[in-house]
Design a binder for this molecule. Structure first.
Ligand code: NDP
Length: 283
């Protein structure tokens, strides 16, 4: 039976690190960092995420602001709002909550965020810096997975890691982060033939697919570490991409859903806000 990794406990440890980072910023520069989240329209899930982010900032003493813009705002007006945050020295982190309404080109808006304020790590400059192994602001969820593996004492170097999913938000940065820590990495997607044969090779298996219970026990090697990034609503329950009940009988360690990777994302957003502030203040 696998060890169940407690994501809330890992997130609490990351928040302690963030607190130390905040104290360092105060001591070195007399600065309390500020995060501004921009939300466009009335998407209910986005509202929940934004209020969670706001609360997490307040708890740690990060200055948090939310800018709410109407769903029918045009791209240029949204871009102008981003520009004014780029120019505001009290704002160290900018996050534009996705998804954006269909009439707005999200890429154009994200590209407009100053790379050193890009706490989501989605700007092409940060993506490129991560890919070539330079210091970067890194997407929160995959970075959280890495910190979880590290804090749980799970070795990455030299391990065979398989990532299912190649999105820009999770799969690709996850693969780059594992590679940077000297894992041997395979990335799978919907066109991968005989997926179970590949996933059975994994010593570390990361599932970021968006399909409930997709990873079954026969896809997992005995003793593997299984990280479930998926969040899927099934009826009134949240479930992951992994068939948790059966896979936990095979794996050495596994993250549950909820209570696994989920709590890490916001903790890493706080981490990125502190990191962004330090980047700007030491320029
Ligand atoms: P995307 O839909 O952007 O990407 C899904 C990936 O899964 C794609 O690369 C797709 O392949 C691949 N895939 C789909 N079907 C299959 C299949 N049958 N076999 C193999 N690969 C397949 O999703 P995200 O990366 O944004 O999110 C993934 C999951 O993680 C979702 O459940 C999401 O809710 C969750 N999530 C959780 C977060 C957290 O805080 N814990 C944060 C972000 C996401 P292809 O590219 O070929 O289409």
């Amino acid at each position: 039976m696998a060890r169940i990794i407690d994501g809330n406990a890992v997130a609490a440890r990351i928040r302690e690190e963030v607190k130390a980072g905040l104290a360092g910023l105060k001591a070195d520069f007399g600065v309390t960092p500020g995060l501004t989240v921009v939300i466009v329209g009335e998407d209910p899930a986005s509202k929940v995420y934004v209020s969670r982010k706001h609360k997490a900032c307040e708890e740690l003493g990060i200055k948090s602001a939310v800018i709410r813009l109407p769903a029918d705002i045009d791209e240029e007006a949204l871009g102008a709002a981003v520009d004014s945050l780029n120019d505001d020295p009290a704002v160290h982190g900018i996050l534009v909550q996705l998804p954006l309404p269909k009439h707005i080109d999200a890429e154009k808006v994200l590209d407009r965020i100053r790379p050193d304020k890009d706490v989501d790590g989605f700007h092409p400059l940060n993506v490129g810096r991560l890919a070539i192994g330079r210091e970067a602001l890194v997407p929160c969820t995959p970075h959280g997975v890495i910190r979880m593996l590290e804090l749980e004492g799970i070795q990455i170097a030299g391990k065979r890691a398989v990532v299912i999913g190649r999105s820009n938000i999770v799969g690709k940065p996850m693969a780059n982060l594992l590679l940077a820590r000297n894992a041997t990495v395979t990335v799978c997607h919907s066109r991968t033939p005989d997926l179970p044969a590949v996933t059975r090779q994994a010593e570390i298996l990361v599932a970021a697919i968006g399909k409930p219970g997709f990873v079954t026990a026969d896809m997992v090697a005995p003793g593997a570490v299984v990280i479930d990034v998926g969040i899927n609503r099934v009826g009134d329950k949240l479930v992951g991409d992994v068939d948790f009940e059966r896979v936990k009988e095979v794996a050495a360690a596994i993250t549950p859903v909820p209570g696994g990777v989920g709590p890490l994302t916001i903790a890493m957003l706080l981490h990125n806000t502190v990191k962004a502030a330090r980047l700007q203040l030491t320029k």
